[in-house]
Design a protein around this ligand. Structure first.
Ligand code: AMP
Ligand code: ZN
Length: 112
């Protein structure tokens, strides 16, 4: 999608601090970290949010979770939280599916 920030990051049109990349997904550190470790994992295909996940495009979500587990292991994250905001009221500000991976501090529950 030409006007999507994360599609531009995937295309290299906007710089990012890359953690990992493969054919299906891209991971990069959040520009405004909310924990000592905070990165995002996104599908290369433009999907608006979890609300646009279907049986057809769902395999990339499973792949992303396998990548999250792999990266967490490589980064030595023993405890972490995976978050995806869906819709503005829930805090979504970029409308390209992404999973936040946050670690390195105590987390509260319920989230704000
Ligand atoms: P959300 O608010 O859940 O949609 O998450 C979007 C995230 O993208 C926020 O945590 C932002 O800090 C992050 N973000 C916005 N622009 C950039 C960027 N250019 N590089 C890295 N992270 C970004
Ligand atoms: Zn996009």
């Amino acid at each position: 999608m030409s006007d999507c920030l994360f599609c531009k990051i995937i295309a290299g049109e906007i710089p990012s601090n890359k953690v990992y990349e493969d054919d299906l997904c891209y991971a990069f550190y959040d520009i405004d970290p909310q924990a000592p470790t905070h990165f995002l994992v996104i599908p290369k295909a433009h999907i608006q949010s979890v609300s646009a996940v279907t049986e057809e495009n769902a395999p990339v979500v499973g792949h992303i979770f396998a990548v999250i587990a792999k990266l967490a292991g490589e980064l030595g994250l023993e405890s972490y939280r995976v978050v995806s905001n869906i819709g503005a009221q829930a805090g979504q500000s970029v409308f390209h599916l992404h999973f936040h991976v946050l670690s390195g501090r105590d987390m509260t529950w319920p989230p704000g």
